[in-house]
Design a protein around this ligand. Structure first.
Ligand code: AKG
Ligand code: FE2
Length: 264
């Protein structure tokens, strides 16, 4: 794993709101990520089936954007080890410029053959804390190409946060109704070989193309919360009991739900 970031990479992340690290994983690490993710997704699909968050109506547009499996580290031992790797936390902390990193949630995103595009959206407005320093890692488990749904970014959009958002399950361009000033920004496509990582700020506008191929485009991702973040009233992935126990402004520091994977 490439776990050293240089100053240019950190500067590019700060400027653009995203950073591609090609060939982040070695080939044996990639094999492990592919195997654990496939196992964890298969187990989840067997258990949850149509109960899986976005698969209750398989003909719905969003159901065909991707198969979305959240918090696989909670149900698969190997995935737990991969996601709790302190090197990931250290890199995320270095990019975000913070002293500690907690997992918000991990998430496998499998864009199936001929899957729909992922609509432009921001991530942080979905989550239960509000931070200009939240971020995610997105690891390509297959080559991500212009043909099968690689990521696209609107560079610099993380810089003027307003936390307005639209539903990710709507039209691909609905975000521009909330941010008309972004309509003229040229998007940047991020094709990358399997085993590459893409980091993005939780406020950088992003989406992905359709999968026009007969093979899946698999990705394993993890969203990160800076240590010290506080509850903003949104439920998102929080368990019901825990959610009901929180008041706005409470520290989100439960190490089972949001493990601290690295701190200075
Ligand atoms: O993989 C995709 O299609 C979208 C990924 C995404 O939105 C994310 O990782 O935040
Ligand atoms: Fe996203």
């Amino acid at each position: 794993m490439i776990d050293n970031l240089n100053e240019e990479q950190v500067a590019a992340y700060n400027l653009n709101g995203f950073l591609v690290i090609e060939n982040f994983l070695t080939s044996s690490e990639l094999e492990m990520w592919q195997r654990y993710t496939d196992e964890a997704v298969t187990e989840r699909l067997e258990k949850a089936g149509s109960e899986l968050n976005n698969q209750n109506d398989p003909d719905n547009f969003y159901a065909q954007v991707f198969i979305q499996c959240l918090k696989l580290a909670d149900t698969h031992k190997g995935m737990h080890e991969l996601m709790h790797d302190p090197r990931l936390g250290r890199m995320a902390a270095q990019l975000a410029g913070v002293n500690g990193i907690r997992i918000w949630h991990d998430q496998a995103l499998y864009k199936q053959p001929f899957g729909n595009p992922t609509a432009w959206h921001l991530d942080n407005p979905y989550w239960s804390f509000t931070s200009k320093d939240s971020l995610s890692i997105w690891v390509a488990l297959d080559d991500a190409t212009m043909s099968n749904g690689c990521l696209y970014y609107l560079p610099g959009t993380h810089k003027n946060p307003s936390w307005k958002n639209v539903s990710i399950s709507g039209n691909i361009g609905d975000l521009f109704k909330a941010y008309p000033e972004w309509r003229t920004i040229d998007s940047i496509a991020c094709p990358c070989p399997a085993g590459s990582a893409v980091f993005h700020n939780g406020l950088t506008a992003h989406g992905a193309g359709a999968n026009m191929t007969a093979r899946p485009r698999r990705a394993m991702t993890c969203a990160y919360m800076p240590d010290g973040s506080v509850f903003n009233g949104t439920r998102n992935i929080l368990p019901e009991d825990y959610f009901n126990s929180l008041k706005i402004g409470d520290l989100l520091n439960d190490n089972t739900i949001n493990p601290l994977i690295w701190s200075k």
